[in-house]
Design a protein around this ligand. Structure first.
Ligand code: ARG
Length: 459
């Protein structure tokens, strides 16, 4: 038979394939709480404006409360024929309260309804992301504080570059995550406008109060243009953009953990709680969680690209293409939250191997730059000449199979006669990191100051 929501114009029902491609209830049932909250706010406003009676509003409100309870109890019968969460809820409401249910959709369309539901859902997820990032930042901060002066190699091209401190490396992620958090906060502010009352696309002739529904749902204000209200999915795209950048950061640290936990590096030990064994190789302790976090960006970025591609070229206003927004965002949000939580667990649990870090920091001629800087400072060499002298010394050490501090003073002086025993001070990694006191540099004192700054910011 014809659909009860618009059956007036239709004589027959739809093909089964049409029903399958059209239905979104399989996934948009996740919006049930937002849908019901939006409807209750709408009904309260309709009554306050004298558009429906108080009695009808009370019946609607009680009926919606019952629908919500049924969904949460798992007794609600979802129907694919009813397409989506909006019509499933309304149809059940009609079964429960009868005629007044039909008055709920006055001055509203599914277009503004889905827009408000989805904004409310994405807003909650932005809050969840902010919270998840905050917790992860605290985990990194604790690592930074514990190891403010532990030396480790700093890398470029994954080649030993200069010694840095463990705390400095941990704080690099705190900075990244701080920006990630602010991106979600920023997106949240922009998305926090209510599209409810834009109706199908043009607004309505009923004397509605959009400011009241916006307030009731925790929005800062109603959206200002009805066409934009029902066709805008920027809020979802911004969420996905922020999620992609954050997931990219998680993926980078995940990669570092994979490298660092290897037998060749032994920089960190991951906890049993976040690793797995092998069914054949008894020695194995695999960093699976890190690997999965590293991979999560693939689907989060995939969702971002998918939604951009859905939205591009859509003439205003609503097109059914936009129903494809939800699964992408649901999947991206779920995986971001999971990635954040797993990374928090790993960072909390991991133990830095100070000895391996220190040994690695001292190898690979990591203090060559300190030596060149010393030649500039003490012997007044132009930096380019100092670089050349140091390069020759590195070549000598390499040929001899030793590190820079193992070269004799004679060997040093054969590359430059002005070199004195004082040079050995700057060849030690501890002195090297202690000397990097420029603002933002790796010196332990800087790290401690930045830890204090972040503690204050995070409260
Ligand atoms: N299920 C639809 C969606 O997710 C709801 C909006 C339907 N609007 C319409 N005009 N068919 O986008």
């Amino acid at each position: 038979g014809a659909n009860s929501m618009w059956g007036g114009r239709f004589a027959g029902g739809v093909d089964a394939i049409m029903e399958a491609i059209n239905a979104s209830i399989g996934f948009d049932k996740r919006l049930y709480a937002q849908d019901i909250a939006g409807s209750r706010a709408h009904a309260a406003m309709l009554a306050a404006q004298g558009i429906i009676t108080e009695a009808d509003q009370q019946a609607i409100d009680a009926g919606l409360a019952q629908v919500k309870a049924e969904i949460e109890a798992g007794t609600f019968q979802f129907s694919t024929a009813l397409e989506d969460i909006h019509m499933n809820v309304e149809a059940r409401l009609k079964q429960i309260i009868g005629e007044p249910a039909g008055r709920l959709h006055t001055a509203r369309s599914r277009n503004d309804q889905v827009a408000v539901d989805f904004r409310l859902w994405v807003r909650d997820q932005a809050d969840a992301a902010i919270e998840g990032i905050d917790k992860l930042m605290r985990a990194f901060l604790a690592q930074a504080e514990a190891g403010a002066d532990w030396v480790m190699p700093g890398f470029t091209h994954l080649q030993t570059a200069q010694p840095v401190t463990w705390g400095h490396h941990m704080l690099a992620y705190v900075e990244m995550l701080g920006r990630d958090k602010s991106r979600f906060q920023d997106a949240r502010k922009r998305m926090n406008e209510s599209p409810l009352g834009a109706a199908a696309l043009a607004g309505t002739s009923f004397p509605i109060d959009r400011h009241a529904t916006a307030r009731a749902l925790g929005f800062d204000r109603p959206t200002a243009n009805s066409l934009d209200s029902v066709s805008d999915r920027d809020f979802a795209l911004e969420f996905l953009g922020a999620a992609s950048i954050c997931a990219m950061h998680l993926s980078r640290f995940a990669e570092e953990l994979v490298i660092w936990s290897s037998a060749q590096f032994r920089f960190v030990k991951l906890s049993d709680a976040f690793t797995t064994g092998s069914s054949i190789m008894p020695q194995k302790k695999n960093p699976d969680a890190a690997e999965l976090i590293r991979a999560k960006l693939a689907r989060i970025l995939g969702a971002t690209v998918a939604l951009f591609t859905v939205m591009k070229g859509l003439a205003l206003t609503y097109s059914k293409d936009m129903q494809e927004d939800k699964e992408q965002v649901f999947d991206a949000a779920d995986n971001l939250m999971l990635g954040l939580a797993a990374m928090e667990g790993m960072v909390k649990d991991m133990t830095a191997n100070r000895d391996s870090l220190a040994a690695a920091a001292a190898s690979g001629f990591s203090t060559a730059t300190d030596l060149a800087d010393w030649l500039v400072r003490e012997l007044n060499l132009p930096f380019r000449d100092a670089h050349h002298v140091t390069g020759s010394l590195v070549a000598r050490a390499e040929a001899k199979g030793c590190d820079l501090p193992d070269l004799t003073l004679d060997e040093m002086q054969s590359e430059h006669p002005g070199i004195t025993p004082a040079v050995y001070d700057v060849l030690g990694v501890d002195n090297s990191v202690r000397s990097r006191v420029s603002y933002g540099g790796t010196a332990p004192d800087n790290v401690r100051a930045q830890v204090a700054r972040w503690k204050e910011i995070l409260g």
